[in-house]
Ligand binder design. Structure first.
Ligand SMILES: [Zn+2]
Length: 376
């Protein structure tokens, strides 16, 4: 265990990287996928089950937690780790993105953003300083700078103006964060799909100096091809010796494509949210468990998967409990999805270390292209 947060790059294969982020709460093997625990829970999962899927770190949402139960209450109760019974590292977002996507009646100024809660309409403000305070009260291990991100497509002038505001907020975030041994602060690169704006943003962040760097402003409606085009150059603007985090990504093939292009960390609600809507990710692509073809199928979702859903239950059972709205449906399918995502990460880490990422990637795509097993 380390008393500070540090990053050790262990191997590279092309642009893909594998390493370890050391923190006082445990190591994070990269590339890492972070399950999302929005309201101090990864929905339908016990924390020990999340850990059993292979997750080293969770993501918590500042926006949701500041509204309910509030950061001050979580602090009084001993911090977010104790509150939600997750002792390993937690990364919290800054709240900025969710204010933009969820809150009503936003007002954006140089100072920050004021908004109305989507829960009860109450009025709140977020600034770089307040975001740092909330993330400190939560006890977050990896704190994100407060930033602003326009939805794509947006015109270049709007993207440039927003990026420069985010860079001024990044400096205020760093000043407010101060010196907190054992905790890390990540800067967030913006600039949309404009290479020169991405580079300008990266230079501004490096000048301030952060423990890690996120590629922000992607996965906001631009599509996979445009995202990959941006990732072909954007990670290269960031320091090699710090972790690079792609926020809010994604589907399995998004994740693999991002790692191939030099990304070390990702988060997404997809595996857990899909688990609750009957959408299952497997080595052979997507399976919709509500489909009638599964109703008499005694076989597991994936015979090669050793998660509890695949080890102990048939497709017929999973279909039945989904159709019956039984809670175990969301529990089992979420477990499987998170397990599968972590298996992808583990496979990539091993392949990068062995210098065989291209072969692993070809195998990954071939498996998904083969499609689901034939109906019984
Ligand atoms: Zn499984």
């Amino acid at each position: 265990m380390s008393s500070k947060v540090s990053f050790e790059l262990k191997a590279t294969d092309g642009a893909a990287r594998t390493g370890v982020i050391n923190t006082p709460r445990g190591d994070i093997c990269t590339p890492a996928f972070m399950p999302v625990g929005t309201a101090a829970t990864v929905k339908a999962m016990m924390p020990e089950s999340v850990r059993a899927t292979g997750a080293d770190i969770l993501l918590g949402n500042t926006y949701h937690l500041m509204l309910r139960p509030t950061a001050e209450r979580i602090d009084r109760l001993g911090g977010l780790h104790k509150f939600m019974n997750w002792e390993r590292p937690i990364l919290t977002d800054s709240g900025g993105f969710q204010v933009m996507s969820l809150a009503g009646l936003r007002k954006l100024t140089e100072e920050g953003v004021t908004f109305k809660s989507h829960i009860d309409g109450s009025k709140h403000a977020l600034t770089p300083e307040r975001s740092m305070e909330i993330q400190r009260l939560l006890g977050s291990d990896i704190v994100m700078c407060f930033d602003e991100c326009p939805a794509l497509p947006a015109d270049r002038a709007r993207i440039a103006e927003s990026m420069r505001l985010s860079m001024r907020w990044a400096k205020r975030s760093k000043d407010a964060f101060g010196d907190r041994p054992g905790h890390a602060l990540f800067g967030i690169m913006q600039g949309g799909l404009e290479s020169d704006l991405r580079e300008e943003s990266a230079e501004a962040l490096k000048e301030i100096g952060f423990d890690g760097y996120a590629v922000g402003g992607l996965a906001v409606g631009e599509g996979q091809e445009a995202m990959f085009d941006c990732l072909d150059y954007a990670p290269g603007y960031l320091p090699e010796d710090k972790p690079r985090y792609l926020m809010g990504v994604g589907k399995p093939d998004d994740i693999v494509g991002a790692v191939k292009r030099g990304i070390d960390m990702m988060d997404c609600v997809l595996p857990s949210r899909s688990g609750r809507t009957g959408q299952v990710f497997t080595r052979h692509g997507v399976v919709n468990i509500k489909n009638a073809r599964h109703s008499d199928d005694p076989r597991p979702l994936d015979e090669a998967c050793n998660c509890p859903a695949c080890t102990n239950y048939s497709r017929a059972y999973l279909h039945h409990v989904f159709r019956s709205n039984e809670m175990i449906s969301g529990m089992l399918l979420t477990w499987h999805n998170l397990h599968y995502f972590q298996e992808i990460m583990d496979g990539m880490r091993t392949a990068i270390a062995a210098g065989s990422f291209a072969a692993w990637e070809a195998d990954f795509h071939a498996g998904r292209a083969s499609g689901d097993i034939e109906p019984v």
